[in-house]
Design a binder for this molecule. Sequence first.
Ligand code: ADP
Ligand code: MG
Ligand code: MG
Length: 907
Amino acid sequence: MTKHVYTFGGDRNEGNATMRNLLGGKGCNLAEMAGLQIPVPPGFTVTTEVCTLYIAGGQKLPEDVKAQVLESLKWLEGNRGRKLGDVENPLLLSVRSGARVSMPGMMDTVLNLGLNDKTVEGLAKASNNPRFAYDSYRRFIMMYSDVVLGVHKDLFEHEIEKLKEKTGKKLDTEISAEEWKGLTVVFKGIVQKELGKPFPQDPIEQLFGGICAVFDSWETDRAKIYRRLNRIPDDWGTAVNVQTMVFGNMGDDCGTGVAFTRDPGTGEPYFYGEYLINAQGEDVVAGVRTPQPITKFQAEGTGHQSLEEAMPAAFKELLATCNRLERHFKDMQDLEFTIERGQLFMLQTRIGKRTALASIRIAIDLVEEGMIDSNTALTRIDPDSLNQLLAPVFDPKEKAAFKKNGKLMAKGLNAGPGAAAGRIALSAEQAEELAKTGPVVLVRIETSPEDLAGMVAANGILTARGGMTSHAAVVARGMGKPCVCGASALNIDVKAGTVNVGDITLKAGTDFISIDGSTGEIFAGQLSAFPSEVNQVLVEKKLDASKSELFQRFNKIMTWSNGVRKLKVRTNADTPHDSDVARAFGAEGIGLCRTEHMFFEGERIIAVREFILAKDLDARKEALKKLLPIQRQDFEGIFTAMNGLPVTVRLLDPPLHEFVPHDEAGQAEMAKVIGVSLAEVKHRVEKLHEFNPMMGHRGCRLGITYPELIRMQMRAISEAAINVAKKGIVALPEVMVPLIGTVKELAFTKTEMLDELAAVNKENGSTFSCPIGTMIEIPRAAITADKVAGEAEFFSFGTNDLTQMGFGYSRDDSGSFLPEYVSKKILEDDPFQSLDQEGIGELVRIACEKGRATRPGIKLGVCGEHGGDPRSVKFFHRVGLNYVSCSPYRVPIAILAAAQAVLEEKK
Ligand code: ADP
Ligand code: MG
Ligand code: MG
């Protein structure tokens, strides 16, 4: 018999933290806490395997699962001395979802299960608190109807609003027992009207209904979107936790809240959290009432009473428990608790989500506190999140001016750091629409899981209600988006499409709003962004490293990574400026210097066009003479910037038609320059037209038909190297030929290059030489890499083209079908973003193996976009490349990913 149900707490604790896959994150940690003798209300967990069985079986619970649930329930009833459905003293349950990894807001929880018209009376008597009993019952009807029966909670909330209007009461806590009781009758009426049948009174039916609803919620659209965004496999499933209720809504000696052992926004080592007196857990997360701070420190100056002051004994125990759990799990914890009549219960603990800033700070602090070592710290940081450290912030001067001009609209909570400015969207749909044409800030009273797609599309998120742990805040932090929440001063009028504070009224769809997620400030209008501190220290060199803690932490992560990684990290850069930036971020050379970018600027494009439109070889050579000094000078700049580091130069690659003018004015200008008629220029431009330029006359094919072109480039490179050497600069160019498919293409090109090099050396009395290699970006070249390596001194994998040619997907046209391929799961990812390891990766692997067989020790690198994608970087490490190359701002990301690749190997 398979065990489908595991009990936790009391005298039968069957799980522990190692059983995450089976029991889900919530379930396994409840058992772990119970095992540590931490007060956890006992219950049982239905495993994630049952979720898969349930879905495969057509949304039906297998009989043996039902039997095991009933058996565990019996144990629980014995343990509690109360029975589910007992009319004197009923046991009440919560039914909670819990997948392997937390999916905030994705799956729904049902509280107070077991209440019906009879048991509610029993609860009122047993607790001697009818108000509490009916408050619980109305919550239960509403949640159960919404989550299990599919009757939208708005219908019920509307009735609460009506009641408040009628009685003139503002807060839930002011509503009396009788009033709640009256409302439960209205609520049941709504269910009868909507479903044509009564609200279920049988507690066992309620229980199985609740369990099935959790499994069903695994299949909702919003859960699927979340899984896709977070790469969570569909077959993991969720567990269901059925747990004894404890009550935070029994009076003013009760409460409920959430806590973090460290600040999830900044990572500062302060105990941090929010709570509500006389409330149930959902009130805190849902953002219905704005919660109060937990600690005195946090409450200072807010006018709120902290838990530390309101319930000092419970607070002390909470703090001690949280610290113990942090030390136990060796990471920052995110916890949920409830206090019932002064007694503390822990309801959840998990590794807390945090901002990029916080994850770095916490990882480093834990090393310094001796809890973890530096290698563990490196594995705790998502390489992509380093992006946020380099992301711009608002220009402080401009911000000051905005403030002076009365454009500071309001201040909310600084829930997700970073600066965002964009047009206002008041709904998720509007955010998606506006995002097509520019940056958007999603402005909502509060967000719910239905807003997810809009939150993805938005650059920043702003809410009027809810605290640091509201849906908006948690999801925004997870996405790394700037977020300001709980800005209660904002008047959001969805119907009129406006956001207003005082005399400022902004129109959605047209007006801009700017939010600073690090300070909580909200400005009318569009502020411009300013480089981050890391950028100011490294690139602008305007800020002293010792003055920036942020930089010092960034630097520590880089230093630790450098001590571990084996892959070198180079950059893709075509200008001295980009080279400088990349070098500042730690690049160890240039892996791709595209020469065509040098062709476009200013006057030089005219000379390029002269070459392309020339009628014969002599005319072409004339044009190249004009280009030579320009290219040479560019290379001198780059070699100087990269002094002592290798620079891989790629010979001209794109099809020539990309350079010629296609408008009449441009063509007329060229006609004048080369002294032919406009008609003749038109004719020559037309001749360059190709049906499929990506597979046309480009790459090494250009050098084979116009050897004088690559000779000029080779001359520019070698003369530049010789020139800068005279100034004591060490230039280390490595020249590569693009787009070869057969070794003979390379052999032909190489002969021309070496011949030109010999000529340059002869003229200068020099002995300059440099490695000549090739790109591997055509499948044929990968497959015949053993032959290619006979000529090539190094390989650089151009994984963009290799993906394009390997899949046969045009990079420029795949937008019309690739997103659907991903959503329909034909492909797991966009292969242009993250390398297709199974197919394109296999080409890379074969080429590495064959290349090394011919030329042991051949230098291998990658220069496609994938060089900055952490998962691809780890793959490149595993196949044994020497380096990856990526855009300057992704260099730190690749550095950390390369270190993680080594650490993952050791595991
Ligand atoms: P989520 O995964 O969305 O956080 P949870 O299962 O943690 O959902 O439940 C939401 C809230 O319900 C929790 O914050 C907690 O306060 C409350 N809750 C859950 N189970 C119980 C319980 N047994 N007793 C009291 N409150 C509970
Ligand atoms: Mg929930
Ligand atoms: Mg929870």
